[in-house]
Write a protein that binds this ligand. Structure first.
Ligand code: DOR
Length: 369
């Protein structure tokens, strides 16, 4: 539902091909990639370029186009043209759509094609910190981003979805109140859905005490209360999807001082293991619910066909072993980058093979079948 493939522009960090390899190794036959590339995915040419790069790969790539030109929040992108070229949703990810007025227009246009507006919820005037604003940020002397920065945009977007009858999808939700706002909005029948990244239901801002920049991302790691709210939201259906927010960054950039290092961590190759270990083994979700959050709900939200295992259908599925115990080894990741906080962590549950487009990835090998 949410990955960064970095091509075009930062092929030193990831390419469509290496990102797809990471997806296949992690157990995914499809990914929706975010528009904060260079140039941004705000023209039909860039949408087509990415689709062409992925055409021969086992993994289907679905570009999410920028909602506004260069994600600047000033003029809306040529949304219908982008949709015709293959975009499945619209987002200014990295930042929120700047104003309610622009968001209104984006929602009106996306409604015509029933595509979701995928929002990075962060109020600009409260952004710019290096971690969650909390007791820990005070102790560490790092500038914080408060939960309310997220909550304000979530509430604005819910109100705009209600006003326009458009469809908003909250990306990488991380704050307790935000989950509650989505819960109330769903009860009122407003068209809002949400995703959570594995780090937001597995890690807290305590980890920042190590000053390891592999714990730096946006939204930032929050408190135990927030983590518990993510799990509760997943359990009661408030949070529809689990999405990696796979965000590759180069070693040189991640090794800068904490406040200068870029936000983001890898996720594609660890998320099934993390979700099985932390959600299924701890009895928060069943395996069936997990498959819905990873594979079914994202496709429904993006209006993509949900593959069926049935005679006459194209084979498109993942084989995973929910009992397999393995150790994360970032050095062996298929991703071009290595910025993962879970290196050397013991996980239960792993994808064994993926099959799609008459190709199979198994035992570290891609083969035609
Ligand atoms: O942690 C993040 N990384 N958050 C974002 O909003 C952007 C992303 C990236 O592109 O690296």
């Amino acid at each position: 539902m949410h990955v960064h493939l970095r091509e075009p522009g930062r092929e030193d960090e990831e390419t469509v091909e290496t990102g797809c390899n990471a997806a296949a190794a992690g157990g995914f036959t499809g990914v929706a990639c975010m528009p904060n590339t260079n140039p941004d995915i705000d023209s039909a040419e860039v949408v087509r370029f990415i689709k062409e790069k992925a055409a021969k790969h086992l993994v289907d790539v679905y570009p999410v186009a920028a909602a506004t030109l260069a994600r600047k929040g000033e003029a809306i992108s040529p949304m219908l043209e982008l949709y015709e070229a293959g975009a499945v949703g619209f987002s200014d990810d990295g930042v929120a759509i700047k104003s309610a007025g622009i968001l209104r227009n984006v929602l009106e246009y996306s409604k015509m094609i029933d595509a979701p507006v995928i929002e990075h919820c962060e109020d600009e005037s409260l952004a710019g910190g290096a971690m969650n604003e909390s007791f820990t940020s005070t102790i560490l002397g790092l500038p914080g981003i408060p939960n309310v920065a997220e909550d304000l945009i979530v509430i604005r977007d819910i109100m705009m979805a209600e006003f326009t009858d458009g469809r908003v999808h909250i990306a990488h939700i991380s704050s307790k109140n935000a989950v509650d706002l989505v819960r109330q909005a769903k009860k009122k029948g407003i068209k809002v859905t949400a995703e959570v990244a594995p780090h937001h239901f597995t890690l807290t801002d305590d980890m920042l005490k190590t000053f390891d920049t592999n714990y730096k991302m946006n939204p930032p790691l929050r408190t135990r209360d927030d983590v518990d709210a993510m799990i509760e939201g997943l359990k009661d259906g408030t949070i529809d999807c689990i999405a990696s927010d796979h965000a590759p960054h180069s070693i040189e950039e991640k090794e800068m001082e904490f406040i200068y290092a870029p936000n983001g961590i890898l996720g594609l190759e660890t998320q099934i293991g993390l979700a099985i270990s932390e959600l299924v083994k701890k009895k928060h979700l069943t395996l069936e619910q997990l498959v819905e959050k990873f594979a079914v709900n994202p496709r429904r939200i993006l209006k993509l066909p949900v593959p069926k295992i049935q005679v006459g259908e194209h084979a498109n599925f993942t084989i995973f072993d929910p009992e397999l115990i393995w150790t994360v080894e970032a050095a062996k990741f298929k991703s071009k980058s290595k910025n993962a906080p879970y290196d050397k962590r013991l996980l239960t549950g792993k994808a064994v093979a993926v099959i799609n487009k008459k190709k199979m990835f198994v035992d570290d090998k891609m083969m035609e079948i």
